[in-house]
Design a protein around this ligand. Structure first.
Ligand code: ZN
Length: 151
């Protein structure tokens, strides 16, 4: 089971989703993503300038883990370079799949998802938003995480 403190962080993000909005624009990239194992759906919006994500937002519906993870991710990647985001991507995959806490990378509130590694059926819920991100950033040479199999 998820630790109580972590569960509280997840529920806070679920009830009060950050960056939960659509935005439009010629430069805005978006992708729709579905997690068939749980029925979670989301659309991720991203505005990139040079090699930085300057704005990230999402809409969608799904379980608390999927929505909280998207809320956390959009906050985490804003104003970060694609290279930094690739390092987050690697760290989050390890955190969710094996529970391994990163040494040097600060995943912020996303660390609260650590307990999800014990709930194998929910791995995709936590990773959905990151897989949506992979789809948008596929082909960017600065974004080169090791987990290309999920792209
Ligand atoms: Zn789910």
């Amino acid at each position: 089971m998820l630790d109580n403190l972590y569960r509280q962080v997840i529920l806070d993000h679920y009830r009060n989703k950050q960056n939960f909005e659509e935005f439009e624009g010629e430069q805005v990239r978006k992708v729709h993503y579905k997690n068939p194992t749980c029925g979670d759906v989301m659309t991720l919006f991203l505005l990139i300038e040079q090699d930085h994500v300057v704005k990230a937002a999402f809409i969608g519906e799904g379980c608390s883990i999927s929505m909280a993870s998207a809320s956390m991710m959009t906050g985490l990647i804003e104003n970060k370079s694609l290279q930094e985001i690739a390092s987050f991507r690697v760290a989050i995959e390890e955190l969710i799949r094996s529970g391994k806490l990163p040494d040097k990378i600060n995943l912020g509130d996303s660390l609260s998802l650590q307990g999800v590694h014990k709930l194998k059926a929910r791995h995709n819920c936590a990773l959905m938003t990151w897989q949506a991100l992979d789809k948008i950033l596929k082909g960017e040479k600065e974004y080169n995480p090791l987990f290309t199999q999920s792209i």
